[in-house]
Design a protein around this ligand. Structure first.
Ligand code: ZN
Length: 246
């Protein structure tokens, strides 16, 4: 069986500018995420980064991508609009998109949602408990009632997103806030999953439950078919029944 082709996109800035992040992710966050996905025999993950020509997201790469994952934070504004439009088109055609953590403010996520995607936040190394909202959902397969992350950044409501079509997880933080931390939408022929964990100074993408959710999510949003839509005119001569004739 053909493997699911995943491109793991990483902004790849913090790893070079913040010592604490480099220490946690010496090979880059994108490499860690891809390594986790490649543990699965049905997934083949490669990486792409902001610094590459066309941010590593050429027409060819995207044409051969069933699922794109996106982690960005301080460099959202550096992503070229032409690449955002290219990714958007592929999502509408059917490519899956998984947006991670601070990717909530990425150009592509805001474009796909059409809303501000804002939230409230705090960096206090607090505990997070991610509750499963739907234990029968494929993205929660193998996860018990909740996942705990010992230390993380808080992301809290209100989260400026459209009402999720499927809410998979809801999170509680030690400080008391709650957050819709795992949500699915359909846009065109493509599925989008937003997953909140992944603050860069903690080893969250090494955690086995997080790696499992990402594998499950890849399988769930994976491109099933390609819909290259257009806007053709169908003339009266082309209709199946002749209009106005008995
Ligand atoms: Zn963060």
């Amino acid at each position: 069986m053909a493997k699911i082709r995943v491109t793991v996109w990483g902004e790849n800035i913090h790893e070079h500018t913040h010592k604490a992040v480099k220490k946690v992710y010496p090979k880059g966050m994108h490499t860690c995420i891809a390594d986790g996905l490649n543990e699965a025999t049905d997934i083949k993950a490669i990486t792409a980064t902001l610094q590459q020509p066309e941010h590593g997201l050429t027409e060819k790469v995207l044409a051969n991508t069933d699922v794109l994952t996106w982690w960005g934070h301080m460099g959202h504004h550096l992503v070229e609009d032409v690449i955002v439009s290219r990714v958007q088109r592929r999502v509408l055609e059917g490519m899956g998109l998984i947006v991670l953590h601070s990717g909530h403010y990425s150009k592509i996520f805001k474009r796909m949602m059409g809303t501000t995607c804002s939230l409230c936040w705090r960096e206090a190394a607090e505990k997070e408990r991610i509750w499963v909202c739907n234990p029968t959902h494929p993205i929660t397969k193998g996860i018990d009632r909740f996942i705990e992350i010992p230390h993380t950044e808080m992301y809290g409501e209100p989260f400026g997103i459209p009402v999720p079509e499927e809410q998979i997880f809801i999170t509680w933080f030690e400080g008391g806030e709650v957050f819709r931390s795992g949500n699915v939408w359909k846009r065109g022929n493509g599925k989008i999953f937003y997953f909140e964990p992944g603050h860069e100074t903690f080893p969250i993408y090494f955690q086995k439950e997080i790696k499992l959710v990402l594998k499950n999510a890849v399988r769930y949003v994976c491109q099933q078919s390609i819909w290259k839509d257009g806007c053709p005119m169908i003339t009266a001569e082309q209709t199946r029944e002749k209009i106005g004739k008995k």
